[in-house]
Design a binder for this molecule. Structure first.
Ligand SMILES: NC(=O)c1ccc[n+]([C@@H]2O[C@H](COP(=O)([O-])OP(=O)(O)OC[C@H]3O[C@@H](n4cnc5c(N)ncnc54)[C@H](O)[C@@H]3O)[C@@H](O)[C@H]2O)c1
Length: 438
C-alpha cells in the first residue's frame, strides 16, 4: 500500500522503514532538510540498532524514499503522523504546534478519500480537534478521516517493536469504516496473532499516556522504596528481585537508581496531569506529581552522594561520568538523568569528564561546557570519582582491577545498580549505590 509518514524522528523514521520492510510503498516527510538528506542517502541520523540496514535495503529496492515536500506525501491516501509533541515551555502541557502544522500543510494538498493515522503521543481530545481542523481545510470533494494508532516502540528496540509489536491499538471516530484498511496495513502482524484493539479516539489516546504513566510509576515506586532501604540498611536490588517473582508485579522496570528520562516518560506524565486538570479530573492524577518528584530527586541524591564521597566539596574534583544517553543503546539525551547529573556536578565545581559510546555528539550540543573523552579509558584517566550513570554493556563489563590502574582514586557510584559490589570491593574499590547500604 502507498503511504506517507510525516515526521521522521526516532518514531517516524523507524515506522517508515519498517512499513517499507513489510512491503508497503512509503515516503517519509520531514521539515528538517539535513535529516531528510541523511535518510535519503541511507544514513540514519540517530542510533537505533538495525534501522540503518532496513533503511538502506528499502531505499535500494525503491519502496522507501524521503522528502521535504508535502506534495510527495499527498500522493498517498494513508498518512501516518509522527511529529514531536514536546512539553510546552513554562507549562506541563504538550505543545501541539507541530501536530497542527502537519494538518495545515498536508490537508489542503489532498485529493480523494484519505486516512490520517496519528502516532504521536497526544493529550486526549487531540484527534477530535484535528478532525475539525481537517474538515475546515479539506478541498471540495476531498475527505479526510483522523484516526489514532498510538506507538509503543522502545528506542533501542524500535525495529523489533514496530515489526512485532505487543499489540496494535486503533482509535476510530463513531461510524468509521476504516478498520479493514488498517487491518490491511498491518496484515503481516495480524497474521502473527498480535492483539488488535479497536477503540474510540479518546481511549486510544489515553492508552498510550496511561501505559507511560504506569511505567513511570513503577520506576518511581522502586526508587521511593530504595530511599527507605537506605534508611533502614536494606538492599533494594534483592528486594526488587524478591517482589518481582510475583507475576502480578514482575521484575521489569524495577531497577532502582537514577530514574527515568528521555523524550517520552517525563513529558508524557506531565502532559497527562495537565490534560486531566483541564478536564476537571486533576485530583485523579495528583500522584503523578509525586512520581515526577521522586524521579527528579534521584538526580539530586546522586549529586549529594558524589559530594559526600568527595569529602564535602566537589570543587576541583576530577569526576568521570559514564553515560550521557537517557538509557543504554540509545544516543537520545533528551531529559537524560546522566547528563543532568554531569551538568550539576560541573556547576558544583567538579572537573567532569563524560564518556558515552553513542551519545557524545548529542550531549555536546546540550552541554558544550563539559569535557568529552574519546574512549572509556581516556575518560577514566586520573579520576578521583567514577559515576556510572547509564547502563551500557561496556560499563557493566568493566574490569575493576584494570580500571583501578587508570584512576587516581578507587571510588565509584553505581547509579544504575548494575555492577557486582563484591567484585569491586575485592579490588579495593569503595562502591556506593542508591538503595543499598554498601
Ligand atoms: N521516541 C520514541 O521512542 C517514541 C515512542 C512512542 C511515541 N513517541 C511519540 O512520537 C512523537 C515523535 O517522537 P520522536 O521521539 O520521534 O521525536 P523526534 O523529535 O525524534 O522527531 C520528530 C520529528 O518531527 C519533525 N517535524 C516537526 N514538525 C514537522 C512538520 N510540521 N512536518 C514534518 N515534520 C515535522 C521534526 O523535524 C523531527 O524530525 C512524540 O509524540 C513522542 O511522544 C515516541
Amino acid at each position: 500500500m502507498r503511504m506517507s509518514v510525516i515526521g521522521t524522528g526516532y518514531l517516524g523514521a523507524t515506522h517508515a522503514a519498517c512499513m517499507a520492510e513489510l512491503g508497503h510503498e512509503v515516503v517519509g516527510v520531514d521539515v528538517d532538510e539535513s535529516k531528510i538528506a541523511a535518510l535519503q542517502s541511507g544514513d540514519v541520523p540517530f542510533f537505533e540498532p538495525g534501522l540503518p540496514e532496513i533503511t538502506r535495503r528499502n531505499l535500494d529496492n525503491g519502496r522507501l524514499r524521503f522528502s521535504t515536500d508535502y506534495a510527495d506525501a499527498a500522493e498517498a491516501k494513508v498518512h501516518f503522523l509522527g511529529v514531536g509533541t514536546p512539553q510546552q515551555r513554562g507549562a506541563y502541557a504538550a505543545d501541539l504546534t507541530y501536530v497542527r502544522a502537519v494538518i495545515k500543510d498536508l490537508v489542503p494538498r489532498l485529493t480523494g478519500d484519505n486516512l490520517i493515522l496519528g502516532k504521536s503521543t497526544v493529550p486526549v481530545g487531540t484527534a477530535a480537534e484535528l478532525q475539525v481542523l481537517a474538515d475546515e481545510l479539506a478541498p471540495e470533494g476531498t475527505t479526510v478521516e483522523i484516526a489514532w494508532n498510538p506507538e509503543f516502540l522502545r528506542e533501542s528496540h524500535g525495529v523489533e517493536d514496530t515489526i512485532h509489536p505487543d499489540r496494535i491499538v486503533l482509535g476510530l471516530r463513531e461510524g468509521s469504516t476504516q478498520e479493514p484498511l488498517v487491518r490491511e496495513i498491518y496484515a503481516s502482524q495480524l497474521a502473527e496473532d498480535i492483539p488488535f484493539l479497536v477503540t474510540d479516539l479518546q481511549t486510544a489516546e489515553l492508552v498510550k499516556v496511561s501505559a507511560n504513566a504506569f511505567l513511570a510509576t513503577k520506576i518511581s515506586f522502586i526508587n521511593a522504596v530504595a530511599e527507605v532501604c537506605e534508611a533502614a540498611g536494606a538492599d533494594v536490588v534483592k528486594l526488587a528481585e524478591a517482589i518481582g517473582y510475583d507475576d502480578r508485579i514482575g521484575r521489569k522496570f524495577l531497577g532502582a537508581g537514577l530514574g527515568f528520562g528521555g523524550g517520552c516518560l517525563p513529558k508524557d506524565i506531565r502532559a497527562f496531569m495537565a490534560r486531566a486538570g483541564e478536564l476537571g479530573a486533576d485530583q485523579a492524577l495528583s500522584f503523578l506529581r509525586e512520581v515526577d518528584g521522586v524521579n527528579m530527586r534521584q538526580r539530586d541524591r546522586v549529586v549529594q552522594l558524589a559530594k559526600q564521597l568527595s569529602g564535602g566539596s566537589l570543587l576541583g574534583k576530577r569526576v568521570t561520568v559514564l553515560g550521557a544517553a537517557f538509557k543504554a543503546n540509545s544516543d537520545d539525551v533528551r531529559d537524560s538523568p546522566a547528563l543532568n547529573v554531569a551538568g550539576q556536578l560541573s556547576l558544583a565545581g567538579a572537573a567532569v569528564s563524560v564518556y558515552d559510546p553513542e551519545a557524545m555528539a548529542n550531549a555536546a550540543k546540550v552541554f558544550p561546557t563539559l569535557t568529552y573523552a574519546q574512549s572509556l579509558r581516556e575518560s577514566l584517566e586520573g579520576a578521583e570519582l567514577v559515576l556510572l550513570a547509564t547502563e551500557w554493556q561496556e560499563f557493566r563489563d568493566m574490569d575493576p582491577q584494570e580500571i583501578a590502574q587508570v584512576v587516581d582514586q578507587r571510588i565509584i557510584i553505581d547509579a544504575r545498580n548494575v555492577l557486582d559490589p563484591a567484585a569491586w570491593a575485592a579490588e579495593g574499590w569503595q562502591i556506593k549505590a542508591l538503595g543499598r547500604s554498601l
